[in-house]
Design a binder for this molecule. Structure first.
Ligand code: A3P
Ligand code: MG
Ligand code: MG
Length: 380
């Protein structure tokens, strides 16, 4: 078993390691039945909701069409299908040294400031690249435990802060996506489509996923992740910056304490968007009753600076530091590559909640477990 020390985190303070600008080189979509297509059919366009004040985010919860991602372990299959198709088309293999879902990199990057959540991932080395997937059993188990904790109302409820079950609160996020996007650019939709969004059935089966090349420190990464919408149009030139939009909902800020909670949430918002090169986050602030109250457009790039400035003004230590996250991720990836050192088999990357270290150990001595599908191995 190898150990990577998280603490003390001051080892990662200071100017950040070099980062590459993320560039999309391919994409894929899941359609309304969650079937995979190696194209951009599920791309959506941002268009502000009709009634930013007053829309009820719970509306339609009873008809929510929900994708059950606890059921089947999807591994890295769709991401690898898109990568393989790109490689076949260009007759060139991608040069990434680490390939994973954006969500896994988000967990790693947030580690220095996240002591509550642990993670478990599986990794395997193949042809110059480490492939990292989420450990499905771990994900399902921790989600069940979390639901069990949150699924019953607290004994005493504040009248201004009613309790909602976690699946209703999770619905609010998807409802906001439905209210704030269009299936085609603004010029190509009817007024009815714009005005009818509040009555539309909400589903989270369809997704557009961007596949990008980026770099953190000396590691070249290929990441796949969902993007919620594009601001105007995707540029024709491959790799040109895209004005992506990440949509988020969050409780309206009414007190100093609410602001602190929001600033901590901004850590994940920032990392998630930063990794894929999403320049704008549109936050739909909602009341405690789940009504949309206002929108705020936030520049991803500006978030770490805002955090720093606000805490200086308030003469408090900053809740988190973006450069530290980048340096942490860069050092961790270097260590991971060195420790796994081109060896065969399947490895587990694990952080127990609150643990001061990330553990790495081999779970299978040969092969690639179920991380790499045969279709990918046969192609390579
Ligand atoms: P919010 O982020 O507005 O809460 P994403 O923001 O990554 O695009 O995810 C879209 C929505 O999926 C979220 O909207 C939330 O509703 C839901 N979601 C994402 N991760 C979740 C989790 N771990 N538990 C419950 N819901 C989640
Ligand atoms: Mg999303
Ligand atoms: Mg979102």
């Amino acid at each position: 078993m190898a150990h990577f020390a998280i603490h003390p985190i001051h080892r990662f303070h200071g100017q950040s390691q070099p980062m590459r600008r993320p560039k999309e080189f391919t994409c894929f979509s899941y359609d309304d039945s969650h079937a995979l297509h190696l194209d951009d059919r599920s791309l959506r366009w941002y268009y502000p909701p009709q009634f930013p004040q007053g829309a009820d985010l719970s509306r339609g919860f009873d008809t929510f069409v929900k994708h059950d991602d606890d059921g089947v372990d999807e591994h890295l299959d769709s991401l690898l299908a898109a990568v393989a198709a790109h490689e076949q088309k260009t007759q060139t293999k991608i040069d990434a040294q680490v390939l994973t879902w954006r969500g896994m990199m988000t967990k790693i990057m947030a580690t220095p400031y996240d002591d509550r959540d642990g993670f478990e991932m599986n990794a395997t080395f193949y042809q110059g690249c480490i492939f990292i997937e989420e450990n499905h059993e771990y994900k399902v188990r921790t989600r069940r435990e979390q639901d069990a904790r949150q699924n019953r109302p607290p004994p005493r409820q504040h009248p201004d802060r009613p309790w909602f079950p976690p699946d209703v609160m999770s619905y609010w996020g998807y409802k906001f996506e439905t209210l704030a996007t269009l299936p085609r650019p603004w010029g190509e939709v009817t007024r009815d489509e714009i005005e009818g969004r509040d009555a539309e059935t909400v589903s989270n089966k369809a997704q557009y996923c961007s596949v990008i090349r980026t770099g953190i420190g000396s590691t070249i990464l290929c990441l796949g992740g969902e993007v919620d919408a594009v601001w105007d149009a995707k540029p024709r030139t491959q790799g040109a910056p895209v004005r992506w939009v990440e949509l988020k909902t969050s409780a309206d800020i009414q007190s100093e304490r609410d602001l602190e909670v929001f600033e901590r949430k901004l850590l994940k918002f920032w990392i998630q968007s930063f990794l894929l090169g999403v320049p704008t986050i549109v936050v739909g602030f909602r009341s405690r009753q789940g009504k949309l109250v206002r929108l705020e457009e936030i520049s991803t790039e500006g978030i770490p600076v805002t955090i720093k400035t606000r805490s200086q003004q308030a003469q408090k230590p900053p809740p988190w530091d973006g450069d530290t996250c980048i340096n942490f991720a860069s050092t961790f990836l270097g260590w991971l590559r060195e420790t796994m050192s081109d060896s065969d088999g399947v490895w587990r990357i694990r952080r127990r909640p609150g643990s001061p270290e990330i553990e790495l150990f081999q779970v299978e001595e040969a092969g690639h477990g179920n991380i790499l599908p045969d279709t990918f191995l046969n192609w390579r």
